[in-house]
Design a protein around this ligand. Structure first.
Ligand SMILES: Nc1ncnc2c1ncn2[C@@H]1O[C@H](COP(=O)(O)OP(=O)(O)OP(=O)(O)O)[C@@H](O)[C@H]1O
Ligand SMILES: [Mg+2]
Length: 371
């Protein structure tokens, strides 16, 4: 072995890394002070010994054959400039060392010695292992949590569905009762007033005329109010003929009131969606139309209803002034309840609502509900 120049030997002795010189067959020719102390072995015991069986175990903890790896490193160090492998201390403790290797060649290019510098990275490896374990654990927990959340979401969806059905049934029952009981009574009272007028003498009619007229007026007003309440509770046309018919029926009132032309197009979905879906879609369309009347300055609105690939589409499109949608606008509270309620109602029936609007280009509301 060539003797190392003094300067380099001093440098190697002062280093806080393992510095090792070995033959191409793995026989240790030099190890610095730090190295021998690190492995807990006297330099005399190391120099002249092979790295395998002294500082490198035959196989590592995962079963990898280190003797083969070391042979490769010693034979062709330039192909193994960096490698991390398990090493062993005198106490038997396994450590991880990050090695840098360099082959020292003679004038013919033949490698006569291998120079290796190693640093202990056991702590980093341990941390890495713990980090991986923690990440795996976290992933498992996230998966479990996601599963739980999905279950809760499904339960919630089914609850909302049952609630909506119950609400529909309740509305139906209340409107039937109002119709059958109060409606009947109101008609009877009306008939009674007419009868009263026909049997009363001229004089008594004169003296009670104002009271009777006031009562008849109140009666008509009450009847109209009851009809409005009934219409809010249940639309008979929606019940009997479905969404498109109800929208067409509403379109007449809308055009009459606003002067805006309303075109209702599409096909009735078959089979008919559940009652709460139909009434929710009707309410969304009505909300959108209220916005058109209030803000759009439109001349024409189109409503389109159709079923495609089991998805029910409801579109409300106007040719009005449109508006600029922005977060700041929403934050500033410029968006009212209408747009929000359309989105929320869509979600409650398991669908979604997309609102597109550009100044000067009208507003387009698209609700999609998987059936
Ligand atoms: N079809 C439309 N054309 C033009 N602007 C619209 C249209 N729809 C909504 N907007 C704009 O979006 C804003 C928010 O609408 P949204 O329905 O949420 O609230 P609103 O109609 O102002 O009040 P609310 O509906 O709560 O009574 C409106 O104030 C209006 O500026
Ligand atoms: Mg509105």
């Amino acid at each position: 072995m060539k003797k190392m120049p003094q300067f380099y030997e001093d440098l190697a002795e002062m280093a806080n890394s393992i510095i090792l010189l070995m033959s191409p067959t793995g026989v240790i020719q030099y190890i610095n002070k730090y190295g021998s102390e690190f492995f807990g072995l006297e330099r005399d015991a190391l120099v002249g010994a092979n790295i395998i069986g002294t500082i490198v175990p035959e196989t590592d903890s995962s079963g990898r054959k280190l003797s083969r790896l070391m042979k490769d490193v010693c034979k062709d160090p330039d192909r193994h400039i960096r490698n991390v492998n398990e090493n062993i201390l005198k106490s038997g403790e396994r450590v991880f060392i990050s090695w840098t290797n360099k082959g020292l060649a003679d004038n013919d290019g033949k490698i006569y010695q291998v120079l290796s510098v190693g640093n202990d990275i056991t702590m980093e490896k341990q941390l890495e292992k713990e980090l991986t374990a923690a990440r795996d654990e976290l992933e498992i927990r996230v998966k479990a949590r996601t599963l739980e959340l999905n279950q809760v979401y499904e339960e919630l969806k089914s609850l909302i569905h049952r609630l909506a059905m119950a609400e529909e049934a309740q509305k139906k029952r209340i409107s039937r009762e109002i119709h059958d009981q109060i409606g009947q009574n109101l008609s009877t009272i009306g008939l009674n007033f007419n009868l009263l007028q026909s049997v009363m003498s001229e004089e008594s009619i004169v003296s009670t005329k104002k009271i009777i007229n006031d009562s008849i007026f109140l009666l008509k007003d009450t009847t109209a109010k009851v009809r409005n309440i009934l219409a809010e509770l249940r639309l008979p046309v929606l019940d009997d003929y479905g969404l498109l018919a109800a929208l067409r029926w509403y379109s007449h009132q809308f055009t009459e009131k606003t002067g805006i032309q309303l075109v209702v197009r599409g096909n009735d979905p078959h089979p008919r969606p559940e009652a709460h879906i139909e009434s929710t879609l009707f309410l969304i369309a009505r909300e959108a139309l209220t916005n058109v009347a209030r803000h759009a300055r439109a001349t024409v609105v189109e409503i389109d209803v159709h079923l495609k690939d089991n998805i029910l589409f409801l579109a409300v499109m106007d040719n009005g002034i449109g508006y600029k949608r922005s977060k700041s606008r929403r934050k500033a509270g410029q968006d009212g309840m209408g747009l929000l309620s359309m989105s929320e109602r869509s979600t409650l029936i398991g669908g979604s609502c997309k609102i597109t609007s550009h100044p000067g280009k009208g507003t387009h509301i698209l609700v999609e509900v998987p059936l």
